[in-house]
Design a protein around this ligand. Structure first.
Ligand SMILES: *Cc1c(COP(=O)(O)O)cnc(C)c1O
Length: 369
């Protein structure tokens, strides 16, 4: 079988009984939407992060969108974020009617360059949206200081950083609200789409519950628009609830894979992931860098290894965001890195044999480049 950056089948083999039991539990409960499993997952997920509320949402994109709406982002506002992220971060901002504003990233760790944020603030700025990309956190202290000084709200995009820590604090507990995706590849993944938004604020939580439920607080009566149908499915909530108990072991598995790459490839010309100060990385993806990236990816196909690029196109250069008016060259670090980064296979159930096959093939390809 082709080696790819991600594959859930080994996990499913290990956890099959529990996953199928979760499905049966829900199907036998008599309650398929917003039942006991969603309620329990929400409170357990919030507790894992040490915050008061978790609200299950149908996917990560909507967890960001409804999260932004719940903390007061409205059409015409500006939201400061990065262009080196998964497109859904920016699609979600766009979906609120707000305007995304981009700052560049750090060359070494690919994360938001927080020193550039203040210059991007205008009278229309309402929110800062740091993306804890690839599995490690953005430097939060300067952002919190800016948010306080300019009276802005902040939402963390934690879709890639379940369980990551920053100076000891867990990702998702450091701002007004935080959005998670449970897309199957993620550090905590469902067996389909899923998401959640967490918050310490009672008001924000109430807003989220209304926003995901057509704008209703009780059946059949819309209190306020906008409203959406964006509920987390009961069956995914039950699977996630069980997997949440194993999240720390998934993270340990990812760290073991990362350590083996560091050992096997540390002496090559590949630039391996670098840890930003105060961070504990959870390695959602293992992103490396090389100026001849495309040749390397191409050569690895001969070894039946198919790699990914997260992400090949900076968002501000996509036709879908041409209306934002960014020129090529406006975010030089983001644009340069997009041509050089690629991801090696990374998931906790990746076997040592398979990983060694990847390491050996990469070494061979680099040697003959
Ligand atoms: C996966 C991801 C999302 C979107 O999540 P979906 O569940 O796929 O909608 C948003 N932001 C980032 C950074 C992601 O990696």
């Amino acid at each position: 079988m082709t080696t790819q950056v991600w594959n859930y089948l080994a996990e499913y083999q290990q956890e099959r009984e529990d996953i199928l039991d979760a499905v049966d539990t829900v199907f036998s409960s008599g309650m398929l939407v917003l039942g006991e499993s969603v309620r329990r997952f929400e409170s357990e997920f919030a507790a894992y992060h040490g915050v008061s509320h978790g609200v299950g949402i149908d996917n990560g994109t909507n967890a960001i969108k409804l999260g932004l709406q719940a903390i007061g982002v409205a059409p015409g506002d500006e939201v400061i974020t990065v262009s080196n992220t998964a497109a859904p971060t920016v699609v979600a901002i766009d979906g609120t009617g707000a305007t995304p504003v981009f700052v560049d990233i750090h060359e070494e760790n690919f994360l938001m360059d927080t020193a550039q944020v203040e210059a991007a603030i205008t009278p229309r700025t309402r929110c800062i949206l740091p993306v804890h990309l690839y599995g490690q956190c953005v430097d939060m202290a300067p952002l919190r200081a800016l948010a306080a000084r300019h009276d802005l709200v902040m939402l963390e995009d934690c879709a890639q950083s379940h369980g990551a820590r920053h100076h000891g604090q867990i990702a998702g507990s450091m701002s007004d609200a935080a959005a998670f995706s449970f897309y199957p590849t993620k550090v905590l993944g469902a067996y389909g789409d899923g998401g959640a938004t967490i918050t310490d604020s009672d008001e924000t939580a109430a807003n989220l519950r209304r926003l995901r439920y057509y704008g209703m607080e009780q059946h059949y009566y819309v209190v306020q628009t906008p409203g959406h149908n964006s509920r987390l499915d009961e069956v995914h909530a039950e699977i996630l609830r069980r997997k949440l108990g194993r999240l720390d072991s998934y993270i340990a598995g990812r760290r073991a894979v990362a350590a083996r790459y560091a050992e096997g490839l540390g002496d090559t010309e590949l630039v391996l992931p670098s840890l930003a100060p105060g961070n504990d990385h959870v390695y959602y993806v293992y992103v490396v860098r090389h100026p001849r990236r495309d040749q390397i990816i191409d050569a690895l196909k001969a070894y039946d290894i198919r790699l990914n690029i997260s992400y090949p196109w900076p968002i501000h250069t996509m036709t879908g965001f041409a209306h934002l008016g960014y020129q090529t060259g406006s975010l030089p670090v983001t644009e340069r890195l997009a041509d050089e980064i690629f991801s090696l296979p990374m998931y906790p159930s990746l076997s040592k044999d398979l990983q060694d096959k990847v390491i050996d093939a990469v070494r061979e390809v680099l040697r003959t480049l």
